[in-house]
Structures are given as structure tokens and as C-alpha cells.
Design a protein around this ligand. Structure first.
Ligand code: ZN
Length: 240
């Protein structure tokens, strides 16, 4: 079966105290979804993207690899080995099975709301943790917590990560480096997942996502450009 870069985004698969209450989906729901995807014979399998690194991701990621899915797992690196989250040994086992391990920042902050110092710290501390576990791996991807970003966050993240993944299913016109993912949660219908995988328009859904992102980006972009031009002006005055 040919693969195509459509990504489905998941978080946790058990209703325990460590699960994400909104995004948690049950195992029967996941199996039903995957069975339907297979039976539709789309001609490709979606990439399964899992955020946060909850313990329940371990068995699911393994089984998905055995079933020929490409799987990527994004860790909140400060949580590695803590209660309810995957530990180093498990990450190494998943990596050996072909699961792509990436960063979900160090402490899961919304990067669109933090100051520059915190942004640098979140990105670099997380990268260092992953490099210590996988010294032979020379690049990592970043999944944005809460899907939050600004043009500066994207610019800066790309200096230390090879790609940046959003929580929106649609590409953003002037952010070609942002990789879309379709978030699946407990109320997501199988029909909407299939519509997405078939490339159906989903007009209202798409409009809602795009309008929010575009508004946020236009505002953030104009602030960022003003900031940049101010810095340039200040520098040139210094030179004069
Ligand atoms: Zn998250």
C-alpha cells in the first residue's frame, strides 16, 4: 500500500488519570477507525502522529508499527520517565521499531505566549534531552504544544529542528514549513477523518481553522515585522 503524508494526530488511549481528558480516545474507537480506513482502500495509510508521550502510547505505537503504519511520537522531554509517561528504555525500543521520536518542547508551554528567553530554553533543553538519548540521530522534528506559534516561533524553531508540526489539518498559505495534522479526539467522527483523508473540502470546518490561524498570523506577523524593523533602525543608528 502506498503511503501519503496525511497525518492523524492522537494524544492518549486510556481513560486513566494521566490521559488527556479531551483528546483521549478508547482502544475500541481507535481500532474501529483504523479498520474503516483500511477497508476504504484509500491507496495509502496516514502517518500516525502522537503527542505528549503518555504511557498508553507505548503498546499502541508498537502495534501500529507491526501493522505497517508510519508512527511519530513527540515527547514533553521534562516528563520522560515520570509517572504516567514513557521512559528512556521505552523510547529506545520504539525507535528501534522505526517510530520517529521528536520534541513537544521541554515543559509543554504554548510557544505563542512565551518570551524569547523561555522560547529558547523550551526548544534547546528539549533538543539536548533527545540528543542525549539518541546521540546517533542528527535531526529531530518539533510538534507545537496547543498548536501555538508566531512567525518568530517558526523562524527560531527551524534553526534547531528539521520540521515543525501544527495541530491544524490544513496548510497555512504563508507558512510552507508548518506540517498539517488532523487532530482526532473522542468526538471526532469516522466520517470526518475519512473526508480529510480523501481530500474532501469540509468547507465550514476548514473556514473555521483557517480564519483563526490567518487572523492570529496576520496580527503576529505585523508585530514581528515592526519589531524587526525597529531592531534594524536601532542598529543602523548605532552604526551612524
Ligand atoms: Zn501536547
Amino acid at each position: 500500500m502506498t503511503k501519503y503524508p496525511f497525518r492523524l494526530l492522537f494524544h492518549s488511549f486510556s481513560a486513566d488519570s494521566h490521559a488527556d481528558p479531551f483528546y483521549d480516545i478508547s482502544l475500541p474507537m481507535l481500532l474501529e477507525l483504523l479498520k474503516t480506513i483500511r477497508s476504504c482502500d484509500l491507496g495509502f495509510l496516514p502517518i500516525i502522529s502522537i503527542d505528549d508521550g503518555f504511557l498508553s502510547s507505548f503498546e499502541i505505537a508498537k502495534q501500529l508499527r507491526y501493522a505497517s503504519y508510519d508512527v511519530e511520537l513527540f515527547m514533553i522531554t521534562s516528563r520522560i520517565g515520570s509517572s504516567g509517561f514513557l521512559g528512556v528504555e521505552q523510547l529506545m525500543e520504539l525507535h528501534s521499531l522505526g517510530v520517529e521520536i521528536g520534541s513537544h518542547t521541554h515543559t509543554h508551554k504554548n510557544l505563542s505566549t512565551v518570551d524569547f528567553h523561555t522560547l529558547v530554553s523550551e526548544l534547546y533543553q528539549s533538543l539536548r534531552c533527545l540528543q542525549e538519548i539518541f546521540p546517533q540521530k542528527n535531526s529531530f522534528s518539533l510538534s507545537l504544544p496547543y498548536g501555538g506559534f508566531t512567525p518568530m516561533v517558526l523562524d527560531y524553531s527551524l534553526t534547531c529542528y528539521s520540521s515543525i508540526l501544527s495541530s491544524s489539518p490544513f496548510p497555512i498559505p504563508f507558512c510552507p514549513n508548518l506540517v498539517p495534522r488532523f487532530p482526532v479526539h473522542s468526538r471526532t467522527s469516522v466520517t470526518s477523518v475519512l473526508s480529510y483523508l480523501r481530500g474532501s473540502p469540509l468547507p465550514l470546518f476548514k473556514l473555521r481553522f483557517l480564519s483563526t490561524f490567518l487572523l492570529r498570523l496576520v496580527l503576529a506577523d505585523s508585530c514581528y515585522r515592526s519589531f524587526k524593523s525597529l531592531v534594524l533602525r536601532t542598529n543602523s543608528l548605532d552604526i551612524v
